[in-house]
Structure formats: C-alpha cells, structure tokens
Design a protein around this ligand. Structure first.
Ligand code: MG
Length: 253
C-alpha cells in the first residue's frame, strides 16, 4: 500500500486554527470517479512518435514516406502545443490533413494496429472499475485525445470495461482540452453528477489533470510518471503508485 496524503498536515493545522475553510467535507461520500486515460487507465509507455509515424506511413507512401511521416509528427506536435498553450482541442484527422496524408481505411488500420500495444487497460484499473461500480460510484473518463470516440470505445470494449463507464468525454469531440474548466464540467455532465466536491479525478499529469480538476472543485489523485512535466503549483489531494490503491484511499475519505 503506497497511499500518500501529502497535503493534509498543513491544511488540518489551518482548519484547527479557524482560518481555513476546507474545499470539501472529508466526511462526504464520493458520487463519481473520473479517470484520465493515457498513462492512467492505460499504463504509461514512452513512445518514439517520430519512428511510429514512419512505421505507419511507410507502407502507404513508399516513395516519400519519410517526409510525410515527419510532417505528421510536426503537425501532431503543433496541435498538442495548441492544446498546452490555449487548451484548444484537435483531431487525428486534422493532423493527417495538415501533413497531406489521406486518411484511407488502410492507413487508419495501420495506425490503429501500431498503436494497439499502447492501449491496453491496466488490469488493476479493470479491478478498480468493477469495485467502484459495485460500490455504486459512477465512473467517468476525460481524455485529452485526438482520437474519435469510436476508437476509444473499441479499446474499452476489447478490454471488457466499456459497460462499466457511465460517461466519457474525449477532447476530440469538444472545443477544449484539460485543464480548461469546460472539459471537466462536460465530464461531470456526461457522468450525470452536479457536485464537483463529490467527484474525484485520477490522472498522471499535474497541470492538465490535478490543477484542472482542483480548479473546478474536484479532489484530484495523481499517479506520477517520470516523463510527465511537473507543475509546481499543483498539489494533489493524494498520490498513489498504483490504481490498486485507489479504492482504499477513497474509502478513507
Ligand atoms: Mg494521461
């Protein structure tokens, strides 16, 4: 068990002093847990995206695959930078259009096949979703993603968890990405809950996930990975090393 509750000492001291109004009532039950996808429900993989694009594009554009793959990699990076800087969403089809790559069924099939090894749901996550469902807690997903809903639902269906998810928001379908508040409010609406203080968000990115969820009043649990940029101003309500630690943590709340 590796649950850390890193911020409570200071807050409790302040609460006792009467100068601190808690953001949430520790005694309340949790109505919903909303999960990030990449690096959270599916384990973190470090991916060489430039090489992955070359592998995807090569069979379909044998004569000039290197240039097109580089263009796709560049377009993808530009659109992720737009998400980071302005919280604007994008789609994989926008990436392909910018790169001048035709999204044929064959190319998309190659894309999905090459990505598949990085999409499997964490077995601990599957167990947690079942536990939460059994406990009457609603389950949501909020992912910064360029993929359409159908691709994500195919992944969840393959792993037997699609029916455990009460509502999901994929940024490819809305105007905004995390950490924009509208993304989190859309996720709450998709799950069918209205009180952010009764929601827990679980994610691996301090800026997008932790700061974003807390800015709308949710509690936020971090599953850290060394490759994800830190954000000094984001202090998670708890840090867990494994999704297996999530249910005991929530029960302690
Ligand atoms: Mg993530």
């Amino acid at each position: 068990m590796a649950i850390q509750k890193p911020i409570m000492t200071g807050r409790c001291d302040l609460r006792r002093s009467g100068r601190f109004r808690p953001r949430y009532d520790l005694r309340v039950a949790v109505d919903a847990v909303i999960f990030d996808w990449g690096g959270t429900l599916t384990p973190w993989h470090t991916i060489d995206h430039a090489e992955l694009w070359r592998v995807i594009v090569r069979p379909h554009y044998p004569a000039h695959h290197a240039d097109l793959a580089a263009a796709a990699h560049e377009a993808e990076a530009q659109l992720w930078e737009l998400a980071r800087a302005e919280h604007r969403s994008a789609t994989i089809f926008g990436v392909l259009e910018r790169a001048g790559i035709e999204p044929t069924d064959e190319l998309i099939a190659t894309y999905l096949r090459e990505w598949e090894p990085h999409t499997f749901t964490d077995p601990d996550g599957i167990a947690v979703l079942r536990q939460l469902r059994a406990g009457g807690v609603k389950i949501g997903v909020l992912s910064n993603t360029m993929w359409p809903r159908s691709w994500h639902e195919d992944v969840f269906r393959r792993d037997g968890v699609l029916d455990l998810i009460d509502g999901a928001v994929y940024s490819s379908e809305i105007d905004w990405t995390k950490p924009h508040p509208e993304a989190f409010l859309a996720a709450m609406a998709a799950v069918g809950v209205t009180s952010p203080e009764r929601c827990v968000f679980v994610g691996d990115r301090p800026w997008d996930d932790i700061h974003g969820a807390q800015s709308v009043g949710m509690r936020a649990v971090l599953i850290p990975h060394s490759d994800v940029p830190t954000f000094a101003d984001a202090t998670p309500d708890a840090v867990i090393e494994s999704l297996a630690d999530l249910v005991p943590l929530i029960e302690s709340w």
